[in-house]
Design a protein around this ligand. Sequence first.
Ligand code: BDR
Ligand code: CA
Length: 306
Amino acid sequence: MTHKIIIDTDPGIDDAMAIFYAALHPDIDIVGMTSVFGNVTAEIAARNAIVLAERVGQTIPVAKGAAKPMVMEPNGVSDYVHGVEGFGTMPAQPITGKPVDEPAHEFICRMIHEHPNEIILCPIGPLTNIAMALEHDPTIAAKTKAVYIMGGGLNKGNVTEYAEANIWNDPHAADAVFAASWDITMVGLDVTTLVQCVPADFERLAASTPTIGGFLNEAVQFYMDFYASHYGKRGCDMHDPTAIIAITDPQYFTIETHALEVIVDGARIGQTLRSTDPSRPKHKVPMDVDAEGVKQRFLSMIETGF
Ligand code: BDR
Ligand code: CA
């Protein structure tokens, strides 16, 4: 079965890993990418999504999305994690294409209507474009096959003790997305922090696939510097690729179902919680993972690259 996916992304080093995995997977068809502020500005995110599409040699439409959160002021980019241009110390990469002439939220709505019950949305950045699409046309929820979100976490945060970065960057948008009745899998820090790669993994990829693995190995050095300075060991969490692997390899995940809500102000802003509100739909939340299985799935898929 081919999964038709739209990746909503703020590339971003682990975004690059996720997009390469999806692009190389024989059962995934990336029908579009939408860009969003987050790790980098909206401008850089759109450019970087095109960089990644061109690097895998695929013609993937990229629609430019939100430059700021729906309600609150922006928190600012994560250049200390992903680098000023989003791929570590790499300078801005040349591109030949440009974004399509349609804003991200309209692109998402149009694609869902053109492919009813076929599109899987994969937001791996702040949820602004997804919430804007829902606001623009609430009927998309019933026509979307599934939504796989990298974000949140029921037991841990990363930017604060409580909040994960993608949710923290637009908590109002995230809360609106979780309030909608569609089939969400929230792939959060509960599992993504368990899937980790180390320098030798990326060296292996660089040796076998210079175009893709070499790019990742170069970009990931800065990302691993960040992890080394914060956690005392050189390696990195595989956040965004884990969310895509949950689509292709659900057997690796132990999934609970919970209604979810997001705290939108105060000290715990951006925290994802189990909701007791009976009007909220239940969503899937992976709470444990075969981390080695997911990691080897990622490495072997990139190794088949070119
Ligand atoms: C998430 O935040 C971003 O920095 C990463 O790309 C990932 O999507 C992890 O919290
Ligand atoms: Ca991301």
